[in-house]
Write a protein that binds this ligand. Structure first.
Ligand code: HAM
Length: 420
């Protein structure tokens, strides 16, 4: 019996992986422009970390975690909790009071797989610890907007504030009163949520529930003075940068650690999986995880699979940014192949990318391979070349270009540097 990949786990094959590399490289450039530093954290953590950070009654913790029950360890379903654990454990805030970090890697959630939703998926994750300035909220949103624009992807920004432990309880009561008036008409999930986590009723996807909740009180009207000022400052900051946004009182996010600003970049091009990036403030989380009290935090994560789907649909031609192979050396016959492998060694030491084939294929077959490898130049080494010590370099990009006779040594290829 053939063994197949697990449901919801996907190979990223050559041909597609180039797009991932472009995404990663573009992201790294933007992260650098924004003065972010990379952090790499393990994929396996103590289960308690996610229970405490994300919240016991969230879908992620209740239903979606891959947990080794006997070991009390869990494959990370997201990056924020792990990054915070690491920042606290390694005392990074003592070294530098504001930490601007990014991490890139796989996350694991046992969800029902569909287009744009996997069980192993990848995030570009940004986290900042140590500043509560609303200018930082604006800056992070602008970073995401810039990355999307670099990638030629069109998304829209939705914004909300979830208040703080001072103002949220009163809002929660008002919301609960509203929910209770129509509780028996809501779906069974929402009836349960109304008792455990009533804010989550707001982002139920069932159309009838959405209709019932349309006039629910908005948290934006219940914010305390500090939260209200902060939220206004974030909006003014976005206006100053010319970044359009829409206020969405229904956006409450599926993780419990958020307070104040929350945001999502959404698209209508991916069916049900609308959120391409999402995040917000989590000012109380560091303390909850045993870090210094009063350490504010904010971050967001971008779903890489979803971005790749959008890049595939984008009008931008990413093929142009895929690096071609510099030189393909076609060695003919036993001696030709040996000489090809020697010359390839020299050329690679000089920094060229070189392709070879050892299967004794005909010249025609090797020219086909060179084409498939997208080689810029082909150099043939057969009996004649071995006898004269010279070969012809063919330009594969410009077939009309003059063919050049070169000696079979790397120095002869130096001029290529300017052409590649
Ligand atoms: P999240 O909303 O759970 O937030 O996930 C962020 C993004 O990851 C989503 O908007 C989506 O693009 C992608 N994503 C989530 N689940 C899947 C899946 N099953 N398949 C494919 N893509 C998925 C967080 O994870 C927070 N840690 C974000 C954050 C960072 N907040 C503060 N800092």
């Amino acid at each position: 019996m053939k063994i197949k990949a697990l449901k919801g786990f996907k190979d990223i094959l050559p041909g597609e992986v180039e797009l991932w590399q472009i995404l990663e490289n573009t992201a790294r450039t933007v992260f650098e422009q924004y003065n972010f530093h990379e952090i790499r954290v393990p994929v396996l953590e103590e289960t308690a970390l996610f229970q405490r950070a994300i919240g016991d009654t969230t879908d992620i913790v209740e239903k979606e975690m891959y947990t080794f029950v006997d070991k009390k360890q869990t494959l990370r379903p997201e990056g924020t909790a792990s990054v915070l654990r690491s920042v606290i454990e390694n005392g990074l805030l003592v070294q530098k009071p504001v930490q601007r970090l990014f991490t890139i890697g796989p996350m694991f959630r046992h969800e029902r797989p569909q287009k744009g939703r996997l069980r192993q998926f990848h995030q570009l994750d940004i986290e900042v610890l140590g500043s509560k300035s609303p200018l930082l909220d604006t800056e992070l949103i602008s970073l995401a907007a810039m990355l999307f624009s670099e990638l030629g992807i069109h998304v829209s920004l939705e914004l909300n504030s979830l208040g703080c432990p001072k103002c949220r309880p009163a809002y929660r009561e008002a919301l609960l009163a509203f929910i209770n008036e129509r509780k028996d008409k809501l779906c069974s999930d929402c009836q349960r949520r109304s008792e455990t986590n009533p804010l989550r009723v707001l982002d139920c996807k069932v159309p009838a529930d959405r209709e019932l909740m349309a006039d629910a009180p908005s948290i934006q009207e219940w914010l305390c003075e500090e939260c209200g000022d902060h939220f206004n400052a974030v909006q003014q900051g976005l206006e100053r940068l010319g970044i359009p946004f829409r206020l969405n009182k229904f956006m409450v996010r599926g993780l419990d650690y958020y307070c104040r600003t929350t945001f999502e970049f959404i698209t209508s091009d991916l069916g049900a999986q609308a959120a391409v990036a999402a995040g917000g403030r989590y000012d109380g989380l560091a303390e909850l995880l045993g870090g210094p009290a009063g350490t504010p935090g904010i971050g967001f994560a971008m779903g890489m699979e979803r971005i790749i789907l959008l890049m595939q649909q984008s009008e931008k031609d990413f093929q142009e940014s895929v690096e071609p192979l510099d030189i393909y050396i076609a060695g003919l016959g036993d001696k030709g192949q040996k000489e090809a492998s020697r010359l390839a060694w020299e050329l690679r030491q000089d920094g060229f990318s070189v392709g070879l084939d050892y299967e004794g294929r005909s010249l025609k077959a090797q020219m086909k391979l060179a084409n498939r490898e997208n080689a810029s130049f082909v150099f043939i080494i057969g009996d004649e070349e071995l006898a004269t010590g010279k070969g012809v370099l063919r330009n594969m990009r410009d077939r009309d270009a003059e063919q050049m006779e070169l000696e079979l040594k790397a120095e002869a290829f130096y001029f290529l540097d300017d052409l590649l």
